[in-house]
Ligand binder design. Structure first.
Ligand code: ADP
Ligand code: MG
Length: 253
């Protein structure tokens, strides 16, 4: 996509769980090349919004469009094929496998025909291609030196980066990250921020669901703040930081 192209449109989306309105009339856009942050206190509806965008949950109302096309009826796999790729809040991996194997497997399972059964039937050259792609993505985010380590032996920071490498294997235009900085040490957060800045410089767009206000402030172009399922404010980091509404609701000051 061209820088500035309208990539993702979240249009008045609503999600009810029984009587609870978890997401109420949320709208925002993401343009190509931007990092957008979605923040808010616990229970605000961030993960639900994220799951509506990535097709994990069905919408009660509203629409989500990716590059102009509604993604409402698509499966998670079809959405990944369209160019959106996500990570999960809790790292998913096979700890006894190497980093490279985890990325190759994850990349394959996200691909068009990727089932575990089909993977066991790959011929040599297909398998080589898969591993070459995984290695290239690990190199891209500066993890080549760790690719032969067992995933389970990595610290949390590198595990999160491994997840990003896996998400990159499908060559997405938009990367969606659910709390990638949660639980990380200061240095690991800085390494993660560095990788995200680099991906942005390479033209990727990112939706960052985060709790860590400081992490989001230094990294994003725009921020959407949610509370009780609704949008409190949307703006630049400076606008959000200066907003009395946000200070009251989010920071409790
Ligand atoms: P956040 O990610 O901002 O912490 P969530 O999107 O997880 O918030 O949750 C928003 C609200 O929706 C919360 O009140 C939560 O309890 C509720 N909720 C989330 N998922 C479900 C579900 N599957 N069934 C019922 N209620 C849910
Ligand atoms: Mg959440």
């Amino acid at each position: 996509p061209q820088r500035g192209e309208l990539l993702l449109q979240v249009q008045a989306v609503r999600k009810e769980f029984g009587g609870l309105v978890a997401v109420n009339d949320i709208s925002f856009d993401i343009r190509a090349g931007d990092i957008v942050g979605l923040i808010g206190p616990n229970g605000a509806g961030k993960s639900t919004t994220f799951n509506l965008i990535t097709g994990v949950l069905g919408l009660t109302k509203g629409a989500v469009r990716f590059r102009g096309q509604p993604v409402g009826g698509l499966s998670s796999r079809q959405i990944a094929q369209a160019g959106m790729s996500r990570t999960f809040q809790h790292v998913k991996m096979i700890p006894e496998m190497t980093v490279l194997e985890n990325v190759a497997l994850g990349g394959y399972l996200r691909s068009r025909s990727g089932t575990l059964k089909a993977m066991l039937r790959l011929d040599r050259s297909e398998e080589r291609g898969l591993f070459a792609e995984a290695e290239a993505q690990l190199q891209r985010i500066g993890m080549a030196h760790q690719m032969h380590e067992l995933a389970g032996n990595l610290a949390l920071g590198p595990q999160r980066l491994m997840e990003i490498a896996r998400a990159l294997c499908t060559d997405p235009a938009l990367l969606l990250l659910d709390e990638p900085a949660a639980g990380l040490r200061h240095q690991e957060k800085q390494a993660l921020a560095g990788v995200l800045r680099q991906l942005k410089a390479e033209g990727l767009s990112i939706l960052l669901v985060e709790h860590d206000m400081d992490f989001v402030m230094g990294l994003t172009d725009r921020i959407v703040v949610m509370e009780f399922g609704t949008r409190l404010i949307e703006g630049t980091p400076a606008e959000v930081q200066a907003s009395p509404i946000v200070r009251a609701a989010y920071l409790g000051t």
